[in-house]
Design a protein around this ligand. Structure first.
Ligand code: PLP
Length: 357
């Protein structure tokens, strides 16, 4: 295999260690002689994996006793519905910072009264709105901490006068989070903590049970908290791989260590984008994402877009095409992406400048 550098936006690059362990478990799960694909989820061995995974989440993110973590199927997109079902009684506000945030809002509007409290669509979602008033009679404020498509990120935990709910699909485990400030944090695993097929939801237990509607059993977070995410068959293999990914993360020093590396990677690439006259970043500098770095050809060099794409491809860069709504390029620097990968992309940009600048 030729060397490649994977910058896919999701599903993401996973640590080789987690992939190797998963291959072993596909053949033989914990010495049982049975593949992880065929084991019963009602066995001691599987319970241990679930317990380990939950404990790793709690330890790595410092989740307080007030909160429970569950693992479910259906993707982050189904969580948009869970949120409204479990929390929307009278009125909810959504910070509209991109396509995913907007989809979450739309889903809530099918259930009750929900509106965009602020929106950055006027400049194609290149910034995070600030300074808006938050009415105190809301059921909750919903935010999307990292806007995967546009490369903007809310990098702090808001002090919010109403219950705060966050989609952290694409920046979970990239920084320390004060979980106590949120009633709910959720996301798909496939952006930073595992493969597709499983979501995480970190729920303040006492925040549930406040809505008057009937909530279908499968859409009620209480069902899954009570049954430890095993009300029905959980996405066994996805959880297994997620667990191995978190073991790897703990092994390299946890969230603080990976945050330091994520900052280094992002600074390296943004530094090159700002230095190199051929490229320009699309997101407002103060809101730049550590995870998804979006950039385009600078004015006067637009005609070189396809040439750079081909140039980078020849040098092993994978997944750097920007989302169609932004264009240009997007490099996703999720946790398993190494500093060497980012350096290879930066070298490639420098080399392209020499021959085309
Ligand atoms: C990818 C993504 C989603 C959608 O996730 P699915 O699991 O594909 O439904 C939602 N929110 C954000 C921020 C994302 O990046």
């Amino acid at each position: 295999m030729k060397p490649v550098h994977v910058f896919n936006a999701g599903p993401c690059l996973l640590p080789q260690e987690a992939i190797d362990r998963s291959i072993e478990a596909l053949k033989d799960f914990k010495g049982t002689g049975v593949s992880v694909l065929s084991i019963s989820h009602r066995t001691k061995e599987w319970d241990e994996t679930m317990d380990e995974c939950r404990a790793l989440w709690r330890e790595l993110l410092n989740i307080p006793d007030t909160h429970e973590v569950v693992f479910l199927g259906g993707g982050a997109s189904l969580q948009f519905l869970y949120v409204a079902m479990n929390y929307l009684e009278k009125k909810a506000a959504y910070l509209d910072t991109g396509v995913w945030a907007h989809k979450a809002l739309k889903e809530a509007q099918g259930i009750g009264e929900a509106y965009a409290i602020a929106c950055s669509k006027d400049r194609n979602y290149t910034y995070i709105p600030k300074g808006y008033e938050i009415p105190t009679d809301l059921d909750y404020l919903h935010i999307t901490t990292n806007n995967t498509i546009y490369g903007t990120e809310i990098k702090e935990d808001y002090d919010c006068p109403v219950p705060l709910i966050a989609d952290m699909s694409s920046d979970i485990m990239s920084r320390r989070v004060d979980v106590s400030k949120y009633d709910l944090i959720y996301g798909g695993a496939q952006k930073n903590v595992g493969p597709a097929g499983v979501i995480f939801a970190i729920i303040r237990k006492e925040s549930l049970g406040r809505v008057s509607r009937y909530i279908p059993t499968m859409l009620d977070y209480r069902t899954h908290i009570d049954k430890l995410s095993m009300f029905n068959t959980p996405p066994v293999f996805s959880i297994f791989v997620m667990n191995e990914t978190l073991k790897w993360l703990k092994g390299i020093g946890g969230v603080d260590a990976i945050h330091a590396l994520d900052v280094k990677k992002a600074e390296l690439l943004y530094g090159e984008i700002d230095r190199n006259p051929l490229f320009v970043g699309t997101a407002e500098k103060e809101d730049r994402s550590l995870m998804n770095v979006c950039f385009v050809m600078a004015p006067g060099y637009e005609h070189l877009q396809d040439a750079f794409m081909g140039f980078a491809k020849e040098r092993g860069m994978i997944g750097i095409k920007g989302h169609r709504s932004v264009g240009g390029f997007r490099a996703s620097l999720y946790n398993a992406c190494s500093l060497e990968d980012v350096q290879a992309l930066v070298d490639c940009m420098k080399e392209f400048e020499k021959t085309n600048g």
